[in-house]
Design a protein around this ligand. Structure first.
Ligand code: HEM
Ligand code: HEM
Length: 189
């Protein structure tokens, strides 16, 4: 379950892919739902969107806690600038994973709307109703999503370059069940 020197542990691997799916799927749902015509379907889709977003937030808390208790594998051999850029990107992605659901929650609160998690329990408003703030939070929520997509393009692009061009283990060590490639001779262990 824990990470080793050469690969991510299963907990981080599953959290990574589950959250990636949750965030991207919820982004698509968000874009679709805002254009739906008014009615029960739209209301239900909003409720599902908010619930998935809250789940992502809960998983983020779990992931950060686990990450603090676990080690991270050593970087695959790569130039220092690349390693710095990758770590900086990861930091930004963590910030967005927090800011996106939080801005949604702030928007929902400032709008004075109730909040439930999959019809199971209620969550409190983070602040009082405030129309000006609701407008800013709604804009922020959308802009944050599009910036996240731009950062993700760099993140995914980097992973694929390592996999297909560098032919190292950067992607494989994040994939559950994948077998790592043997290191090229001459590389540091
Ligand atoms: C993984 C987390 C989330 C992602 C990726 C995400 C993404 C999005 C996107 C792309 C939109 C469409 C924006 C637009 O075109 O106007 C949207 C709208 C919205 N989101 Fe989220 N969201 C997330 C979490 C949340 C959470 C946790 C809440 C509330 C608790 C929330 C509440 C809303 C609401 C109310 C709208 C509709 C805004 C409007 O009607 O203008 N979102 N979201
Ligand atoms: C919403 C989508 C995604 C988010 C928010 C995200 C976020 C992150 C973060 C924060 C890390 C650093 C892990 C840590 O240090 O704890 C990471 C690692 C990684 N991600 Fe993603 N990721 C996403 C999607 C993807 C996708 C689609 C790919 C596939 C190509 C990918 C490939 C990787 C790889 C290979 C690593 C490990 C990098 C290494 O070992 O140095 N990610 N991701």
């Amino acid at each position: 379950m824990k990470s080793s020197d050469t690969r991510w542990g299963s907990v981080i691997q599953w959290l990574h892919w589950l959250m990636a799916l949750g965030i991207l799927g919820n982004g698509v749902l968000g874009l679709v739902m805002v254009d739906m015509s008014r009615g029960m379907d739209k209301l239900n889709t909003y409720a599902i969107h908010k619930s998935i977003g809250l789940t992502v937030l809960a998983l983020l808390i779990l992931r950060v806690c686990w990450r603090m208790l676990d080690r991270a594998p050593r970087d695959e051999p790569m130039p220092r600038w690349q390693s710095l850029a990758a770590h900086a990107t990861h930091g930004v992605l963590y910030l967005f994973m927090l800011a996106l659901p939080l801005s949604g929650w702030i928007y929902n609160s400032a709008n004075g709307n109730p909040l439930q998690w999959f019809k199971q329990f209620n969550l409190p408003a983070l602040l009082d109703k405030n129309e000006d703030l609701a407008e800013i939070a709604s804009e922020a929520h959308e802009i944050l999503f599009w910036i996240l997509i731009v950062v993700l393009i760099a993140h995914v692009g980097g992973a694929l370059v390592h996999h297909w061009l560098e032919r190292d283990n950067t992607l494989l060590r994040m994939l559950p069940f994948a077998r790592l490639r043997a290191r090229k001779t001459g590389e540091n262990p």
